[in-house]
Design a protein around this ligand. Structure first.
Ligand code: GLU
Length: 377
């Protein structure tokens, strides 16, 4: 049995471990203060899930929105990176305190983790996060996670907690990710348009599905939006996790939405081996190799990527970096770790393996991307 409907998110057998992401607009009121009563009711629901035997991990936004008010910053603290960093430093204390207080009311210990993109992009650090989460959950704590906004600069930040939640779910080997939003799911067009319809189930995030996503955060308080939620859904699906978007605005929103099936459920794909799933969900790609139809076909059959089928090299990557493999139609076919620097790839592109030693002047590797370091998307 796999997760096939929203109600399964409340089932401890199908969903032994659940990530719940809470957006800024839900946590922080228009007055810049935390919405404590709403949050208390939500924590009641999360405590009930734990009571049913589910592990719960919270990914909480709201640091920037909460801190902005206290520092008197304009634009909710999002006017500049420096403002956002300062606001987060102030808001994160309040935010963590709130979660810790409310969970303590149910006898549960909250544990704060502040992560940057690299903590989850680098394999060694990823394994470290995985181990920490595992220990916390085994000891009965509730991890409460946010991006480490105070030190995260543009280049090293997730920027939105939707994708962070999906990556955290993957690191924790969760079964499902629940995004509480200020909208009850994905609509087939701009939800403000007449006749817009909610899509209850998405089997696969296709270009048609992506075209339905409009813009960034509608509240202006968070930085996500439907686009980042779809990216989160893709990461989740590839890691074998279901993901759902529900309307978080009602009091105690989870129970009623799951029961009524009110939301959008993105189905999981078959779970890949952990390392391949990590690779597939990596957010930072350093370049790409464009391949011809023959190479595209061979990849689909599980082969390594050989230089002979590469027609173009983009980016300034080095050996070991994650790169995309792009097919003749311009679509990303796979991701993998490059065996060579970009310059070497360019020198070898289109050339048969037997010529490689002469071109490079040293004993070559068998492929530009080895099949063990490659994941089809
Ligand atoms: N990490 C940001 C915060 O705590 C929120 C990011 C988002 O809105 O997704 O304020």
């Amino acid at each position: 049995m796999t997760i096939a409907q929203l109600a399964h998110f409340a089932d401890p057998v199908l969903t032994p471990r659940l990530v719940v992401k809470v957006g800024s607009a839900l946590l922080v009121g228009a007055d810049g203060e935390p919405r404590r009563d709403w949050l208390a009711a939500l924590v009641g629901e999360l405590a009930a899930a734990r009571g049913r035997g589910q592990d719960v991990i919270v990914v909480s936004s709201g640091a920037i929105a909460l801190g902005a008010r206290r520092l008197g910053l304009a634009k909710g603290g999002r006017g500049s990176l420096a403002d956002a960093q300062a606001a987060a430093a102030v808001g994160q204390i309040a935010l963590a305190g709130l979660w810790a207080d409310l969970f303590a009311g149910y006898g549960a210990t909250a544990a704060q983790l502040l992560l940057t993109l690299d903590d989850l992009e680098e394999r060694r650090r990823w394994l470290n996060v995985t181990a920490t989460l595992g220990t916390l959950l085994a000891r009965g704590a509730v991890p409460v996670i946010n991006e480490n906004d105070t030190v995260a600069t543009e280049e090293i930040r997730f920027g939105d907690n939707d994708r962070l939640a999906a990556r955290v779910g993957q690191a924790a080997e969760a079964s499902a990710v629940l995004l509480l939003s200020d909208i009850d799911g994905l609509y087939d067009r701009d939800p403000r348009e007449a006749g817009a319809r909610r899509i209850p189930v998405v089997r696969r995030v296709t270009p048609e599905i992506r075209a339905m996503a409009t813009g960034g955060s509608s509240s202006g308080l968070g930085s996500g939006g439907m686009t980042s939620k779809l990216q989160a859904a893709e990461i989740a699906a590839m890691a074998g996790m279901a993901l759902a978007i529900i309307d978080g605005r009602p009091e105690a929103p989870i129970g009623s939405a799951l029961e009524a099936g009110a939301g959008t459920l993105f189905l999981a794909r078959p779970r890949k081996a952990a390392r391949k799933a990590w690779l597939g969900g990596k957010l930072r790609l350093r370049g790409s190799l464009h391949v011809d139809a023959g190479a595209a076909r061979a990849l689909g059959q599980g082969a390594s990527l050989l230089a002979a089928g590469v027609v173009r090299v983009e980016g300034a990557f080095v050996r070991g970096d994650a790169i995309a493999v792009v097919g003749p139609a311009g679509d990303v076919l796979a991701r993998g770790l490059s065996e060579y620097d970009a310059g070497e790839c360019a020198a070898l592109a289109g050339r048969h393996s037997r010529d490689h030693a002469d071109i490079l002047g040293y004993a070559p590797r068998s492929a530009l991307i080895h099949r063990d370091q490659l994941v089809l998307v």
